[in-house]
Design a binder for this molecule. Structure first.
Ligand code: KG4
Ligand code: ZN
Length: 357
């Protein structure tokens, strides 16, 4: 996995500053899953507005995201979200310098809505379109939090669809260290929560109820903890459901806290190992699970102990949002120039891989 060096690419890169000295404004659109989001970011660094229209209520009764419902909701919610983002940023005249959207990974029909709207706006406003990798977006949320993040950095990206450790040697330069061999950690949170009757989305529900549970109540297994950088969460999920069936009187809060403890400790152990082995100067976290209160506390503690910088963006920047898309787009535009309007959506796009089309 390798990306392109970003700063000052003389061949393909585009200008990302304005000759009039005004900030360069990117509108970022995110519709890869169940959040309809739009944001305006100035100079790749300052969030002027960030609007997230959650579809949680629409999917809750199905216990998970229904792609058809998600894409219909994006169609309905995206235009108002964009309008609100422009107004909130004080841009009634829609002075935007580039329009970006997530092209993948994600649900094809959901991605199509954001990409189509972004391309249309870019055409109408006669500005560049930039296609963004969703995971690179999660990574660049870290730069919105800490613009001077020190390289090399290890990034722990944890969401509903991904669990990965990435070594970042510079802007756009990634090396994959490890990833999950089965379930993503967010998926495990969601499935365990559903089984325990905590509803959807499961991550925040487990985080909440775990505050009154005992994390040491049950010693759930920590798969593959002792070596390497890959993860496995499917066995942990099965252990929780087995234990709950065998112990019907167990407190749900204790089960939730014990599950969360096991999951977080594996993430922390592997992230620390990656930092130590690579000599990284920073550990950054991103993706929806990075909003987890225990993970955030443990990352801060571990980094303080190990003497590396902890980069922990606000919970709103960790879960899906448009600002992370705009931040990643500003870098990509500077490195690679605009994305062709021929580009399609890429539901399985890997980090550091070229966009299709
Ligand atoms: O990045 P994200 O918003 O969407 C995807 O790209 O998947 O991540 C969503 C995932 C879901 O699995 C959700 O349950 C989890 O992030 N999540 C959390 C928390 N908030 C969201 N997991 C644990 N604790 C949280 N506080
Ligand atoms: Zn995400």
């Amino acid at each position: 996995m390798s990306g392109d060096p970003v700063s000052g690419d003389p061949v393909n890169g585009a200008r990302v500053t304005r000759t009039d000295g005004a900030p360069f404004l990117v509108l970022g659109i995110e519709t890869s899953c169940d959040e309809t989001a739009a944001a305006v970011v100035a100079d790749g660094a300052t969030v002027l507005s960030s609007v997230v229209s959650s579809q949680v209520d629409l999917h809750a009764r199905y216990g998970g995201v229904v792609p058809e419902i998600a894409s219909r909701a994006h169609v309905r919610l995206l235009t108002p979200a964009v309008a609100e983002a422009l107004v909130e940023a004080g841009l009634e005249d829609a002075r935007i310098d580039a329009v970006a959207a997530t092209v993948g990974p994600g649900l094809a029909s959901a991605l199509l809505v954001g990409v189509s709207v972004a391309k249309s706006l870019a055409l109408v406003w006669d500005v560049p379109f930039v296609g963004v990798n969703h995971m690179e977006g999660h990574l660049y949320a870290c730069f919105l939090h800490e613009p001077d993040l020190e390289f090399p950095a290890v990034a722990l990206l944890v969401s509903g669809g991904h669990t990965m450790l990435v070594l970042m040697e510079g802007h756009g330069r990634y090396r994959s260290l490890g990833s999950t061999v089965d379930d993503a950690v967010g998926e495990a949170f969601d499935k365990v929560a559903r089984f325990l009757g905590l509803g959807y989305p499961g991550g925040p529900a487990i985080d909440r109820i775990a505050t009154v549970g005992n994390p040491e109540a049950v010693a759930f297994p920590r798969a593959m903890e002792r070596e390497g950088y890959d993860f496995s969460f499917s066995g942990l999920k099965t252990s929780v459901t087995r234990y709950a069936k065998a112990h019907p009187d167990a407190e749900v809060a204790d089960l939730a806290a014990s599950f969360q403890h096991a999951a977080v400790e594996v993430l922390i152990t592997k992230a620390r190992r990656a930092v130590a082995d690579t000599g990284a100067r920073s550990l950054c976290i991103g993706g929806g699970v990075a909003a987890n209160s225990v993970l955030r506390r443990r990352v801060a503690e571990a980094c303080a102990e190990d003497g590396v910088a902890a980069v922990i963006p606000s919970p709103e920047l960790c879960t899906d949002n448009g600002a992370m898309v705009a931040a990643a787009a500003w870098r990509r535009l500077r490195a690679d120039g605009p994305t062709t309007l021929e580009v399609g959506v890429a539901p399985s796009l890997a980090l550091g891989h070229p966009l299709p089309g």
